[in-house]
Design a protein around this ligand. Structure first.
Ligand code: HEC
Ligand code: HEC
Ligand code: HEC
Ligand code: HEC
Ligand code: HEC
Ligand code: HEC
Ligand code: HEC
Length: 523
């Protein structure tokens, strides 16, 4: 128990901003405490962190909770109060604080294991097994907390795993990662068309297939009429001559450079533009066109931290790593990434179905969604729809480790712990009981190759009767007025109106478009 207590606070050393880390190798730490402005709050937190006597630590923790009841550090301080109480063998108080901490931050094996131990001590065997099972799942999923050296984490993880396995009465399957499949194992979407014409035709219309496209004038959403977009330190001018489209960028020195558009990114709410540098590398222009607001915007100013390099219009001519398409966008917007370049622009069949050259040549398909559980299903989509995935080269289906959520900047969350940004679709969905205790997966509600993408840009199933999304699993009694509290014709009677409220910020400035797929009532 003692080791577990110490590890907890060390795991807080790091904090990350949104959307800046794409691959495992790019991970770096920043101090999460930097996000806490009140020096008194920081000092008291550090005191709790350094205190070794459980009685004193708990006193400090309760003092913190009284003084800073809406602090960002609540989950951690509640965790300290819980573990101190457990060390003092005051189990009811320990469980009381633990429950509150886990409500705010459920994916915390460092707390779940001690809770399971206490539950077992109190003879609550079923609860202990469930808690231990959850701990095992998270231990298998998350990377080492950034504040801990990998080796130290391995030791802690193994001992937690051993305890949890005993309490859960189950062994954990090791998450083996194979070597990446050879490029020759893939045959590209064109090779599927002749046998799967319907899926091919439908897929071609989806946003995923059209994510990155070689430039064609007819695909352009933005207004290239020559208007100037000006910011201190730089400017952009979007122009075209016939079918040739350009960005002109002004440096801080006043000099204008001209860049020909080579690719467009996006076909629905927002579009970004890509140019090819003399080196052959692709670079993304910082100014994007938002179709809903009908205007150009410097998108990085909206989502990046204040000092982000790539927001600087005047520095674009440097074509540095921060504007590189390959490094910053390609893993989620293109298929079969290579050291340089990719096999196909857009998200092709084999990003979801796995390498299929052998299958296209007559062998049975290697991976079948129908034959895997919902964990493995969602894992495929999580390659791109999970903000926390730490991408590193490996065999299909990839099992990316996740960056612990405590490392993300506070602006990624509401104070009640719920995710705030649409880029956490997978993370918020994985918190729901429908996923954890049930068999729900992305395909329960979405058709990945929707046949009517133009009229159904979010590829939803059951569009005429959206309650069916839920009633395929939940009994009809939940449609009764007694439960939905509104007349059936009223929008308020839809399951999603209450259970998937539109609370996630659409990074694409689509007004409240996405609804959190999370359980609105935390565990
Ligand atoms: C020569 C024809 C042919 C080609 C080419 C072909 N397939 Fe298939 N595919 C089939 C047949 C037949 C089945 C159904 C029988 C089976 O399951 O083996 C199938 C089944 C599938 C399934 C369904 C598996 C399931 O869950 O039941 C998927 C997914 C699939 N193919 C993907 C692809 C992809 C991706 C490509 C292109 C890289 C491709 N196929 C190319 C003939 C083909
Ligand atoms: C290789 C990256 C990648 C993978 C893998 C992936 N997606 Fe996507 N997905 C995207 C991107 C990028 C978009 C945005 C497309 C747009 O808005 O134009 C998107 C959009 C969507 C949409 C909105 C409709 C559309 O096509 O634009 C749905 C629904 C969706 N994805 C579901 C899934 C599901 C379900 C899976 C897993 C079976 C999955 N995605 C796997 C990258 C991916
Ligand atoms: C972690 C995966 C990931 C990375 C990295 C990523 N995107 Fe996306 N992008 C998505 C997903 C998923 C969507 C779909 C939107 C959603 O989830 O609401 C999307 C949507 C978009 C859209 C809107 C498309 C439309 O049809 O409206 C644009 C534009 C875009 N991304 C540009 C970029 C650029 C430029 C980069 C690199 C600088 C980038 N993205 C990096 C996953 C990613
Ligand atoms: C974004 C991920 C994604 C992409 C891209 C994708 N598929 Fe699928 N596909 C799925 C999923 C998920 C299923 C399983 C659907 C289900 O039953 O839940 C599926 C099912 C299928 C099936 C089984 C029959 C059916 O329609 O359910 C075939 C065949 C298939 N896909 C072929 C293709 C081909 C060919 C392409 C490219 C032209 C493609 N898919 C692109 C995710 C994808
Ligand atoms: C219980 C049903 C349900 C499940 C399960 C579900 N979604 Fe959704 N999803 C929705 C609804 C409802 C919307 C909002 C659609 C709208 O407003 O048109 C949505 C929207 C989206 C969007 C559109 C965001 C945009 O800005 O374009 C994407 C992408 C998406 N979901 C991906 C996923 C992925 C990936 C999974 C699995 C991890 C998933 N969804 C699971 C119901 C669901
Ligand atoms: C694939 C099946 C499936 C789908 C689809 C599904 N659920 Fe669930 N859901 C479950 C299961 C299983 C549970 C856990 C029941 C239990 O605790 O025994 C659950 C639990 C819940 C709970 C209780 C939450 C809690 O924390 O205990 C709510 C609320 C809920 N679902 C609402 C919805 C709504 C609303 C939708 C549609 C948007 C939906 N579900 C779609 C299977 C599903
Ligand atoms: C007007 C808002 C509202 C609507 C509409 C609504 N619910 Fe609920 N639902 C609630 C509230 C509030 C609770 C919480 C009760 C609780 O905490 O036990 C709940 C609880 C639930 C639970 C969990 C019950 C339990 O005992 O754990 C399920 C499952 C559920 N709703 C499904 C649905 C489905 C399916 C629909 C659509 C047919 C729906 N709800 C529509 C407000 C709503």
């Amino acid at each position: 128990m003692r080791a577990v207590v110490l590890i907890l606070l060390a795991s807080l050393a790091a904090g990350q901003e949104l959307d800046t880390i794409v691959a495992k190798g790019q991970r770096k730490g920043a101090n999460i405490l930097d996000q806490v402005n009140d020096p008194g709050e920081r000092d008291l937190y550090l005191k709790i962190y350094r205190e070794t006597t459980p009685v004193t630590r708990r006193t400090l923790a309760t003092e913190f909770l009284r003084k800073y009841p809406s602090s960002w550090l609540l989950p951690q301080v509640l965790e300290a109060a819980a573990k101190s109480s457990m060390e003092m063998e005051d189990y009811p108080t320990g469980l009381f604080y633990a429950r509150q901490s886990l409500r705010l931050f459920p994916e915390n094996p460092l707390l779940l294991v001690p809770v399971a131990i206490v539950q077992a001590k109190r003879g609550e065997r079923k609860a202990a097994a469930e808690t231990a099972q959850a701990a095992l799942e998270y231990l298998g999923k998350f990377a080492a907390p950034a504040g801990l050296p990998e080796r130290q984490w391995a030791g802690v993880r193994d001992s937690l795993q051993e305890t949890a396995q005993q309490l859960a009465g189950k062994a954990m399957a090791p998450a083996a990662k194979g070597k990446p499949d050879a490029i020759s194992a893939y045959s590209g979407s064109a090779s599927c068309e002749r046998c799967h014409t319907a899926q091919f035709q439908a897929w071609k219309q989806t946003g995923m297939a059209r994510m990155l496209r070689p430039f064609e004038a007819e695909n352009v959403m933005g207004n290239f009429g020559g208007a100037e977009f000006t910011e201190p330190g730089g400017a952009a001018r979007m122009i075209h001559t016939g079918d040739n489209y350009f960005f002109e960028m002004r440096r801080s020195t006043g000099q204008w450079d001209r860049y020909k558009i080579a690719f467009t990114i996006g076909s629905k709410w927002q579009q970004a533009y890509v140019t090819r540098a003399a080196s052959g590398d692709l670079h993304v222009l910082p100014v994007q066109y938002n179709r809903l607001q009908k205007k150009w915007l410097n998108y990085w100013r909206i989502i990046d931290p204040e000092n982000s390099e790539r927001t600087d219009l005047g520095a674009f001519h440097q074509m540095s790593a921060v504007t590189s398409y390959q490094q910053n966008c390609a893993p989620c917007h293109t298929s079969q990434l290579r050291e340089k370049g990719f096999a196909e622009p857009g998200i092709n069949c084999e990003m979801c179905h796995g390498p299929s050259a052998a299958h296209a040549g007559g062998a049975a398909p290697r991976f079948q969604f129908q034959k895997v559980d919902n964990r493995a299903y969602v894992q495929v989509c999580a390659q791109c729809h999970a903000q926390s995935a730490l991408r590193d080269p490996q065999a299909f289906p990839p099992r990316y480790e996740r960056r612990p959520y405590t490392e993300f900047s506070r602006k990624a969350f509401y104070r009640d712990g719920r995710f705030r940004e649409t880029t956490f679709v997978v993370e918020s969905f994985e918190r729901s009981a429908c996923f954890r205790k049930g068999t729900a997966h992305c395909g329960s509600c979405h058709d990945p190759h929707s046949p009517n993408a133009a009229s159904n840009p979010t590829s939803l199933k059951f569009r005429d009767n959206p309650d069916q999304m839920c009633l395929q699993c939940h009994p009809a009694k939940y449609s009764a007025v007694a439960h939905v509290k509104h007349p059936q014709a009223n929008e308020g009677a839809r399951c999603v109106s209450c259970h998937m409220p539109k609370i996630m910020n659409s990074l694409l400035s689509r007004p409240a478009a996405i609804r959190s797929t999370t359980n609105p009532m935390p565990p």
